[in-house]
Design a protein around this ligand. Structure first.
Ligand SMILES: Cc1cc2nc3c(=O)[nH]c(=O)nc-3n(C[C@H](O)[C@H](O)[C@H](O)COP(=O)(O)O)c2cc1C
Length: 199
């Protein structure tokens, strides 16, 4: 029986939905690739914070002073890469990022979900700026919670990246029988086209 592409796509998005809930899920950390100001591809890992399978959206959090935020402001097209060792599958999404600034409703909803310690990560110096060397052995127990003033500053730095997938390049490792398929998504999220391609 032929494998059904629509079922594969459904399973993929179900896995991503599960991945944002479970810390040790293979797809909890995904790579986001952007284009730098000098046109060099740059990638980094991000925690997958939310998924809207219907709309083909993946949600991430970051600092609006980070390079990625500035890069996406200038060039919203981006690529997301994940690998599930358990399934033996690689997922490469192409799409674009909508940046939800601190004054947006969704941004507020995402901020409200964070623990004080996670909020604290937005309260330090701007990302990428030189800082002092950390003390060895520093850990959560020694960390000081942010003051209300620091929290206000951190709140103003919190950004939400809404990545909208236009398509998916799906690759399954199968020893001598690797499989690969390409999906493209319509604006509303339906599958516009899907086809098998040679790996
Ligand atoms: C496992 C892991 C998860 C990470 N998650 C996030 C995240 O959710 N948001 C974020 O802004 N940075 C996260 N980082 C740090 C980024 O990978 C990156 O180093 C940092 O944000 C600076 O990126 P930029 O200079 O390209 O903007 C994570 C790093 C690791 C190793």
């Amino acid at each position: 029986m032929e494998l059904d592409l629509a079922s594969i796509d459904k399973d993929v998005w179900r896995e991503f939905e599960a991945a944002c809930e479970v810390r040790d899920h293979d797809l909890h950390y995904l790579s986001l690739a952007t284009l730098s100001y000098d046109q060099v591809p740059v990638s980094r890992l991000l925690v997958l914070r939310g998924v809207n399978a219907q709309e083909r959206q993946l949600i991430f959090h970051t600092d609006i002073k980070s390079d990625k935020w500035l890069e996406l402001s200038a060039h919203p097209k981006a690529s997301i890469l994940g690998f599930s060792e358990r399934a033996g599958e690689q997922y490469r999404f192409n799409g674009y990022a909508e940046l939800l600034a601190p004054n947006s409703d969704i941004n507020q909803i995402e901020w409200d979900k964070l623990s004080l310690w996670t909020k604290n990560t937005y309260c330090g110096g701007p990302p990428g700026e030189e800082t002092h060397a950390p003390q060895s052995g520093e850990n959560m127990k020694d960390a000081v919670p942010p003051t209300p003033e620091q929290l206000v500053k951190g709140r103003a730095r919190f950004g939400v990246i809404l990545f909208k997938a236009d398509g998916l390049d799906w690759f399954q490792l199968k020893r001598s029988d690797n499989r690969r398929a390409i999906f493209s998504y319509a604006d509303q999220g339906d599958i516009k086209s899907a086809k098998w391609i040679n790996p």
